[in-house]
Design a protein around this ligand. Structure first.
Ligand code: HEC
Ligand code: HEC
Ligand code: HEC
Ligand code: HEC
Ligand code: HEC
Length: 274
């Protein structure tokens, strides 16, 4: 069926109208995102006395801020409604008391929480054992590393000796992971497909980094042996890539030498003919 002239005009008009509506939605939602980019929690708390504004400053430098976990991610509440922001009816949880902290953080870090709860530390929750914030802090949580195991932090409740044993047991694996990571990025830079290797390392690194929360030296040693085994497999692949690259280098050098030799011979030949 053919369109009549009026039908055609109607269609064009409809498209124009639709485009206009689309543009309006896009621009107004951009404005909306700008206005509502940060939750009302921050707007109000930033202007309050230190006790209530300090968390905003500390949080800004945290791994949670970096990953878009705002105040309401941890404390609940309504991030868009200043009047009812801290209403329990909107899911506001308040500031957790010490024994409630592991469950508070554990809503997102489930695996870590379970390891912690089953550990010597978790069993002493509320009876002198450390909670998540004893070691990580509450608002300025940063990327975790073995540096968290240090004399100052770990000798607050018992001798550092046991802490040092765990640190030593984990140090070797940590060093291997960092070294492998470095080797993979070298291959990535020269264009080798490293997707599979990166994924494998990521998985190994994850299981390794949650290992600590058991605070059980024997378990850490046993699991570290498994993890070292997995790392070795990645290392074998990298060694093969290194070999291949080395061979290519030697072949390249041989070709260059051969060409130089030919050039020299040609040069000498020409000289003798001259
Ligand atoms: C309009 C201002 C305002 C807004 C918006 C606001 N707060 Fe508050 N907040 C306060 C004041 C005032 C207090 C201290 C008095 C109190 O506890 O009610 C407080 C206290 C708190 C406390 C400590 C409670 C305690 O038990 O010690 C937390 C946690 C908190 N706010 C988190 C949030 C979160 C999360 C949001 C956003 C979802 C938010 N606030 C939004 C003003 C605000
Ligand atoms: C990673 C989770 C997390 C995030 C994100 C977070 N908080 Fe907290 N906040 C806590 C914990 C845990 C406590 C309990 C304090 C403690 O015992 O160390 C707390 C306590 C507080 C308190 C009470 C402080 C006091 O001295 O009584 C306020 C106020 C507060 N937070 C406001 C905020 C605001 C505002 C934001 C956003 C900028 C925020 N929090 C983001 C975990 C978080
Ligand atoms: C709303 C979910 C949520 C809550 C609640 C939460 N976190 Fe996180 N946390 C995240 C996300 C998302 C990341 C960044 C991605 C990642 O590294 O897992 C993160 C990262 C971390 C890291 C760094 C992990 C690394 O790879 O080095 C630590 C440590 C951490 N959180 C501790 C805590 C502590 C302690 C609490 C409670 C005070 C808490 N988190 C509460 C979501 C949450
Ligand atoms: C005694 C100190 C201590 C306590 C208590 C503790 N952590 Fe950790 N946490 C560490 C250390 C040390 C590491 C780093 C281990 C590493 O680098 O291999 C770590 C690593 C992490 C990581 C990154 C590893 C991963 O699996 O993503 C997260 C997330 C985390 N902790 C969250 C928590 C939460 C949530 C709690 C409470 C349920 C908690 N931690 C309790 C010391 C502690
Ligand atoms: C707030 C106090 C406190 C802090 C801080 C603390 N611990 Fe502990 N730790 C305990 C308690 C309580 C126990 C269990 C009772 C005991 O064995 O002494 C324990 C036990 C241990 C054990 C023995 C576990 C077992 O199964 O026998 C190790 C290992 C350990 N902690 C390591 C650490 C490390 C590493 C740090 C620092 C990152 C640390 N602790 C920080 C209180 C603490």
């Amino acid at each position: 069926m053919k369109y009549g002239k009026t039908a055609m005009k109607l269609r064009v008009g409809l498209y124009a109208l639709l485009s206009l509506a689309f543009v309006t939605v896009i621009t107004s939602s951009a404005a909306f995102a700008q206005e509502n980019g940060e939750p009302v929690c921050i707007e109000c708390h930033a202007k309050m006395p230190e006790k209530y504004s300090e968390p905003v400053k500390l949080w800004r430098g945290s791994i949670h801020a970096e990953n878009g976990i705002y105040c309401n991610g941890c404390h609940g509440g309504d991030p868009k409604d200043a009047v009812n922001a801290m209403s329990p009816a909107r899911g506001f949880l308040g500031a957790p008391k010490e024994p409630a902290i592991p469950a508070f953080c554990g809503r997102c870090h489930v695996g870590v929480m379970n390891d912690y709860l089953a550990s010597a530390h978790g069993r002493m929750l509320g009876k002198g054992g450390p909670t998540c914030v004893t070691c990580h802090g509450n608002h300025q949580v940063v990327k975790a590393s073995l540096d968290l195991i240090n004399e100052k932090s770990c000798s607050r409740c018992h001798s550092y000796e046991r802490a040092a044993l765990i640190r030593d047991a984990m140090k070797e694996t940590e060093t291997t992971i960092v070294a492998i990571d470095g080797r993979i990025s070298v291959f990535k830079k020269i264009g080798t497909d490293t997707d599979k290797l990166e994924k494998e390392l990521f998985a190994v690194r994850n299981s390794f980094h949650s290992l600590f929360h058991n605070v059980n030296v024997e378990l850490v040693k046993k699991e570290s042996a498994w993890i070292q085994g997995d790392l070795k497999k990645i290392r074998v692949v990298l060694d093969k890539l290194d070999d291949a690259r080395q061979k290519r280098k030697i072949a390249g050098a041989a070709v260059v030498s051969l060409m130089l030799l030919i050039a020299l011979v040609l040069h000498l030949l020409r000289k003798t003919f001259d």
